[in-house]
Ligand binder design. Structure first.
Ligand code: 13P
Ligand code: SF4
Length: 319
């Protein structure tokens, strides 16, 4: 008689929140989550923030294990800053279209074609790109960082052309842009946003600088995810059209329950204002990662050391 082997399916505790909390204590772990994560993950996290806030938390944590509920480049940044700590990412496939739009060999050739340029790279890039950069920035400090570079110094800005163009407008600097973009932020429909503005004349439109210029043109305020949250809290307006990944709306509703938030619609009739990479992480995968101690982020030491210096320069320049 043959016995059919079935793949082992993991069993999950009934109360995943409680189980994850127990594991946190057992492992002396901290859960850092980005605003684009599923609401449950945001609720179980110890800290939620934008890329700069998350990097700062990763740099200063005393926890032995960092569980990164975000995408690969974020967890990788935490590992670059903490080589002796274990950094877990619930799903190793959680990448980033923007980071992928800048392959290291092509970028090395681009850099070589522009000698004497300082390389400012947006944190949404791989460790290999960070290692080729002079300074890293995030959407919350990009304008400041570029303003600190002497005016006569030519600059390469990579990999997001939309953030790069926005920084050029804000600083008046000319920069050589790498032509990368984010699949979520380039997908918002200008036409549908204008329609929403007509339907909700009382609402203020706020947008992330990764959006296309045609969308940013209609925004009253442009900023990082944390800056959008802060703006919505302090604005006199009661409702907002929000042009960034829709996960932030959970945090906006939670922190500012007396105001209304309308997600900006993508061009197609799809859920394309959700980042498919960010959303690969689930509560189940978070639980399993902590229970099994895997998937863990590792990277070659020479790349880590080369990528560390430009991140540290950013942290020092934006403290
Ligand atoms: P911030 O949270 O830094 O604004 O970045 C948004 C983003 O696209 C992260 O992938
Ligand atoms: Fe990357 Fe865009 Fe997803 Fe952010 S929202 S992780 S930039 S693909």
């Amino acid at each position: 008689m043959f016995v059919t082997e079935r793949p082992l399916t993991p069993t999950f505790p009934r109360d995943l929140f409680a189980a994850i909390d127990d594991l946190k204590r057992e492992l002396n772990a901290v859960i850092l989550a980005h605003y684009y994560q599923d609401p449950d993950i945001q609720d179980v996290a110890d800290y939620i923030g934008d890329s700069l806030g998350l990097s700062r938390k990763a740099a200063e944590t005393n926890a032995e294990t960092i569980v990164f509920a975000g995408v690969h480049f974020m967890a990788e940044t935490a590992k670059i800053l903490n080589p002796d700590k274990r950094v877990l990412l619930p799903d190793l496939e959680a990448g980033c279209s923007l980071a992928d739009s800048c392959p290291p060999e092509e970028f090395a050739a681009f850099k070589a074609a522009h000698p004497n340029h300082v390389v400012v790279s947006y944190i949404n890039c791989t460790a290999a790109i960070k290692a080729m950069s002079d300074i890293i920035c995030t959407s919350s400090n990009a304008v400041d960082i570029v303003n600190q570079i002497p005016p006569e110094q030519p600059i390469i800005f990579a990999p997001d052309r939309n953030l790069g163009r926005y920084v050029m407008q804000q600083t008046g600097r000319d920069m050589v842009l790498w032509s990368g973009s984010c699949m979520v932020h380039e997908n918002f429909s200008e036409k549908k946003i204008i329609q929403l503005q007509v339907e909700h004349p009382e609402a203020e439109t706020i947008a992330h600088p990764e959006c296309e210029e045609a969308v940013l043109r209609h925004a009253r305020f442009v900023g990082s995810t944390t800056a959008l949250l802060k703006y919505a809290r302090h604005s006199e307006k009661r409702s907002f059209i929000v042009a960034t990944e829709s996960g932030i709306i959970h945090q906006m509703q939670k922190q500012i329950p007396d105001k209304a938030f309308i997600p900006a619609p993508p061009i197609a009739n799809c859920a394309c204002n959700e980042c498919p990479h960010m959303r690969l992480n689930t509560m189940e995968k978070l639980y399993l990662a902590m229970k099994n101690g895997t998937p863990e982020i590792t990277l070659p030491e020479d790349i880590r050391i080369a990528a560390l210096a430009p991140i540290q320069r950013m942290l020092a320049a934006s403290s």
